[in-house]
Design a protein around this ligand. Structure first.
Ligand code: UDX
Ligand code: ADP
Length: 485
């Protein structure tokens, strides 16, 4: 049995995604004595991680390029050779995708664990000697049991030939938020390690101790660790649904949600963070984790608990459709054939991730109504937007494309991808701000306004514009949670 971290010389991380990639880059950077192999089945993703041009990494995350450039090729390696990396590792992190199940038992709520199970089987087969297996992906409570069952079946602690194969499973959920991942990893609020084997827990803890103070490392049992991750995300998401519900009330009562947030956030018991009203939360975690809680509560016959959390998601979806409905209503009840610009498609700023972005539902609603959208985002990839909307972008631009006229007559929604925010404004009746990118906060409305067809509106779902600047540029404004407009 491994006694302490000095025995951890080689780490394998399965899954080179938004969690595995940045997390392993920071571990390698902070622990030059440990070899870190990040593996993935996806060839093109691995090829992007190995690109010499660091601006082409598969994930856009501020500061990631610098960390990768310091460690890559020294003690940080990206490859598709999963079995080899497992076989030489003392510790294997499982950091694969766990989306919500689309069909079968628990469909729409439970997590699809097929990738986690496949990983566990691969580890069971390829590991040699003693291996600590660490769950990094967000997982439903008691997943460790499944992983442990698969690994236990492959153990041979009494083997006489070669090194005996043994496993310990730990839970070590990741709390990084996209856009601030490097800072969250380098200076975390806490590190959570759940497990039953204290020597293995200390092995993992001593990796983090290379840069995280001991008092920030929390040790719990496996199930508390797994449930804490779901609960943390559920609490954060609940704050957003709470403030979004209040924003709707502000709009009809004459209150301003920014003032309300400030006033309630001044109470130290409530705190100031996560009180920004917006188009609803997105990202790969919040909705998935709440639905996991809902599934768990129903499974254990706690329907009131399930309903309570389900409403956080219901309100979030409502907020997205509420925004598209009010846009249509404001634009004289119809957007068929009208050009509208969408500023921002990613689920938040400083990421290229569009998973569960509110922009998807809002854009789909408007396309359904026959709108002609100019979608501009500084980082989202056009082919990803096409997948999200299930609609190919048209080219050349809407304003000199014969397809626009045809679509207008048929009432069909179309979209194109302008190269800049200014270009997107050409001939549009409205601009909808859906992501709080810095560039949209600093845009010159004096320059944008003359390009739009009048009367022209700005719908600011993030509350980032200055109302007096919008008004002096001759534009009409709707701002989330602003009842004073
Ligand atoms: C979240 C958790 O914060 C992180 O701890 C966990 O590991 C993964 O899930 P992430 O989804 O990357 O991280 O980003 P986060 O900053 O939490 O934002 C999630 C969504 O909430 C975004 O769509 C964001 O725009 C929205 N949000 C956040 C608001 O609408 N208002 C706020 O005040 C804060
Ligand atoms: P997250 O946001 O949780 O990091 P991503 O979808 O960004 O999720 O990344 C998960 C990665 O895991 C993907 O790149 C996927 O190809 C990879 N993956 C899934 N299953 C396996 C597996 N069995 N072996 C190796 N890589 C896997």
């Amino acid at each position: 049995m491994i006694a302490n971290s000095t025995d951890i010389n080689n780490i394998c991380c399965i899954g080179a995604g938004y969690v595995g990639g940045p997390t392993m880059a920071v571990i390698a950077d902070r622990c030059p004595h440990i070899q870190v192999n990040v593996v993935d089945l996806n060839d093109s993703r691995i090829a992007s991680w190995n690109q010499s041009d660091l601006s082409k990494l598969p994930i856009y995350e501020p500061g990631l390029d610098a960390v990768v450039s310091r460690a890559r090729g020294k003690n940080l390696h990206f490859s598709t050779n999963v079995n080899k990396a497992i076989s030489i590792a003392d510790m294997v992190f499982i950091s694969v995708n766990t989306p919500t199940k689309a069909k079968g038992l628990g469909s729409g709520q439970a997590s699809d664990l097929r990738w986690v199970e496949a990983c566990a089987r691969q580890v069971a087969e390829s590991a040699q000697g003693h291996t600590i297996v660490v769950e990094k992906s967000t997982l439903p409570v008691r997943t460790a049991e499944t992983v442990q069952a698969i690994l236990s079946a492959a153990q041979n602690p009494g083997a006489t030939a070669g090194r005996p194969k043994t496993f310990v499973v730990l839970s070590n959920p990741e709390f990084l938020a996209e856009g601030t991942a490097i800072n969250d990893l380098e200076d975390p609020d806490r590190i959570l390690i759940g497990g039953e084997d204290s020597a293995s827990i200390e092995s993992l803890a001593s990796i983090y101790k290379n840069w995280v103070p001991e008092n920030k490392i929390i040790r719990t049992n496996l199930w508390s660790s797994e449930l804490s991750k779901l609960t943390a995300n559920a609490f954060l998401a609940q704050r957003i649904s709470s403030i979004n519900s209040v924003a709707a009330l502000c709009e009809v009562t004459g209150a301003d949600v920014r003032e309300v947030s400030m006033a309630i956030g001044a109470d130290s018991r409530i705190g100031t963070k996560f009180l920004n009203s917006g188009p609803g939360f997105g990202g790969s975690c919040f909705k998935k984790d709440i639905l996991n809680l809902v599934y768990l509560a129903n499974y254990f016959n706690l329907p009131e608990v399930a309903d309570y959390w389900q409403h956080v998601v219901t309100l979030n979806t409502w907020q997205q459709h509420r925004i598209s409905r009010l846009i249509v209503k404001t634009l004289f009840g119809t957007v068929t054939g009208k050009r509208i610009a969408i500023y921002g498609f990613t689920f938040k700023a400083d990421t290229n991730d569009t998973r569960e972005a509110p922009s998807i539902n809002i854009a789909k609603d408007l396309l359904e109504e026959g709108a002609q959208l100019a979608i501009f985002d500084p980082k989202a990839k056009i082919d990803q937007i096409e997948i999200d909307l299930n609609l190919k972008a048209i080219s050349p631009p809407i304003h000199n494309n014969p397809r626009s006229k045809e679509a207008s007559i048929k009432g069909e929604g179309i979209w194109w991808a302008p190269k800049s925010a200014i270009e997107a404004a050409n001939g549009v009746d409205a601009i909808i701000i859906l992501t709080e990118w810095e560039e949209f906060k600093n845009i010159s409305w004096e320059e944008v306004a003359p390009k739009m067809r009048k009367p022209a509106w700005v719908f600011d779902s993030r509350g980032i514009v200055n109302p007096s600047i919008i008004k002096s540029a001759g534009l009409k404004l709707w701002r989330v949670g602003d009842g004073a407009l």
